[in-house]
Design a protein around this ligand. Structure first.
Ligand code: IFM
Length: 449
């Protein structure tokens, strides 16, 4: 299976998960600096990418990546979230971009991947409408300085995670447990931040392409029964629409429950985007409720499917369902799978090898779905593996490894995993190579074996 000419392959990371160097070169504190989950791990050193970015780009080059998606740390640019610009922070990303271009790798920066400057959180964070204005100032500054070399931008990564995990369940920083009405208000400010940033980016010139990254829960019907299909549709309406409708239709599924909407907000939020990023890892499964107080029941946790180390079920066909459904409902001009991958219990052998067959198979199967969906006319233009390297998996710490590169957290050495070797060939030859490993035919032994 050949890759279409305009299809790019890459890998993704985010600033806080890999950079470390939290107190260097004038960076200010973020909401994540002193927040940790049950593991007690923090991002203080992470993968030390801040000091190793040059050799990391060389690893990307060995992987033959066409593109690299990374995020810019707002607190490196504005240590207090606003006011004085820290030029050393900008310089870091400028050097990174130069290095990428030197290796013919397209930079795909994301402006916000969860590391809100602490000073803004102290003023209410996303509950405060002013944060959206500060984000727009930051976005404009960054794109005006780096946009001569990086032309493809994303405003926000996964608003769902920011709000639900950070403001509702408290699992992520800043660890708030707000009632739904307050969380919805914060989500409105986040969408407003996207809209305002987009308007500022547009004002800098039409060469800058920009979009947003969403990570929908994907309610597949558990069975083909009419009732379960209806339940899945209801689940989409009640859950998924909250994250897509504001962007594509300029409204919330239920406007009355969102406080703080002002005249003109929805128009700003629903400006056309150039590209949509989708982060997809696993499916949801629902069926019609037997109780009368719910319109559907979530069966995701009980389906029997192979599961990654995160406990997430693996079901590649879900990716084509998602792409088709998003295309049918919202018609984005182009779509990139901005994250897809799995955590596995990788072991570095005494020969220095990691035989992560599950990851290779996972990526191959999902990439195949993406390419087939493209053949059916959905404008899928690229695929990024999460992640370039093992890194700080937020509240799960360093225990969950998603990388194409293994990171030894003592020596900080990187090692190419088997999945990375395979992916490097796919990128080089622009062709989906290999056979399914798991559940496929066992490889035939060589003659004379
Ligand atoms: O590591 C995260 C990433 O930061 C956002 N999307 C999901 C990944 C895996 O959990």
């Amino acid at each position: 299976m050949k890759l279409p000419d305009d299809f790019i392959l890459g890998a993704s990371t985010s600033a806080f998960q890999i950079e470390g160097a939290l107190e260097e070169d004038g960076r200010g504190p973020s909401i994540w600096d002193h927040f940790s989950g049950p593991s007690g791990d923090t991002g203080a050193v992470a993968c030390d990418h801040y000091h190793r970015y040059e050799t990391d780009v060389e690893w990307m080059s060995r992987l033959n990546l066409h593109a690299y998606r990374f995020s810019i740390a707002w607190p490196r640019i504005f240590p207090r979230g606003e006011g004085q610009v820290n030029s050393k922070g900008l310089d870091f990303y400028s050097r990174l971009i130069d290095k990428l271009l030197e290796h013919d790798i397209q930079p795909w920066p994301t402006l916000y991947h969860w590391d809100l400057p602490l000073a803004l959180e102290e003023k209410g964070g996303w509950e405060n409408r002013e944060t959206a204005h500060r984000f727009a100032d930051y976005a404009e500054l960054v794109v005006s300085k780096l946009g001569d070399r990086a032309t493809n931008w994303f405003t926000l990564n996964e608003p769902w995670s920011t709000i639900v995990l950070g403001y509702q369940t408290g699992q992520h920083a800043p660890g708030k447990k707000l009632p739904t009405c307050q969380a919805l208000k914060a989500s409105h400010h986040l969408f407003l931040a996207h809209g305002q940033a987009l308007r500022r980016i547009r004002s800098l010139g039409s060469e800058h392409k920009a979009g947003i990254i969403l990570n929908p829960w994907i309610p597949l019907p558990l069975t083909r029964s009419e009732e379960d299909l209806e339940a899945a549709k209801r689940a989409w309406k009640e859950q998924v629409s909250w994250w897509f409708d504001p962007i594509f239709a300029g409204r919330y599924p239920d406007e009355n429950s969102v406080r703080g909407i002002r005249e003109g907000d929805m128009k700003l939020i629903s400006q056309p985007i150039d590209h949509l990023g989708l982060n997809m890892y696993f499916p949801g499964f629902v069926r019609a409720s037997r109780k009368h107080d719910h319109s559907y029941e979530d069966y995701g946790p009980v389906v029997t499917l192979p599961r990654s180390e995160m406990g997430w079920p693996t079901y590649p066909a879900c990716l084509s369902f998602l792409l088709q459904e998003v295309d049918r409902r919202y018609s984005p001009p182009s779509v990139y799978i901005t994250e897809n991958g799995c955590a596995t219990p990788d072991l570095l052998s005494d020969r220095g090898e990691v035989h992560d067959l599950y990851r290779q198979d996972y990526i191959r199967a999902h990439l195949k779905e993406a390419l087939e969906t493209r053949e059916q006319g959905v404008p899928v233009k690229g695929y990024f593996v999460w992640s370039l390297m093992d890194n700080f998996e937020w509240d799960q710490g360093y225990g969950k490894r998603f990388g194409l590169l293994n990171v030894d957290y003592d020596s900080l050495n990187r090692t190419m995993k088997r999945s990375g070797d395979w992916y490097s060939q796919v990128c080089l030859r622009r062709e989906l190579l290999g056979e399914p490993l798991l559940g496929g035919e066992p490889p035939s032994p060589p003659p004379g074996y």
